[in-house]
Design a protein around this ligand. Structure first.
Ligand code: 5GP
Ligand code: ZN
Length: 112
């Protein structure tokens, strides 16, 4: 989608600090980190949020979690949080599915 910020990041039209890329997904550091380590993992296919996941497109989600396990291992992150905000009330500001991976500090529960 040409008007989607994250599709434009995947296409290289907007620069990002890449962590990882393969045929299905792209990972890059968040521009406004909320923890010492904070990156996003996104599918290359445009999916607007978790609420748009269905039988046709759900395989990429399992793949993304495999990638998260691999990247956090490589980065030496033993404890971390994976978050996906769905809808404006939950704090979603970019409507291309993304999983925040945050680590390197104590976390509180419940989240705000
Ligand atoms: P959301 O608020 O939708 O859960 O998460 C969107 C995230 O994208 C935010 O944490 C925000 O800081 C990050 N973000 C927004 N624009 C850019 C950008 O241009 N580059 C990068 N690397 N991150 C961005
Ligand atoms: Zn998109």
């Amino acid at each position: 989608m040409s008007d989607c910020l994250f599709c434009r990041i995947i296409a290289g039209e907007i620069p990002s600090k890449k962590v990882y890329e393969d045929e299905l997904c792209f990972a890059f550091y968040d521009i406004d980190p909320q923890a010492p380590t904070h990156f996003l993992v996104i599918p290359k296919a445009h999916i607007s949020s978790v609420s748009a996941i269905d039988a046709e497109n759900s395989a990429v989600v399992g793949h993304i979690f495999e990638v998260i396990a691999k990247l956090t291992r490589e980065l030496g992150m033993e404890s971390y949080r994976v978050v996906s905000n769905i809808g404006e009330q939950a704090g979603q500001s970019v409507f291309h599915l993304h999983f925040h991976v945050l680590g390197g500090r104590d976390m509180t529960w419940p989240p705000g």
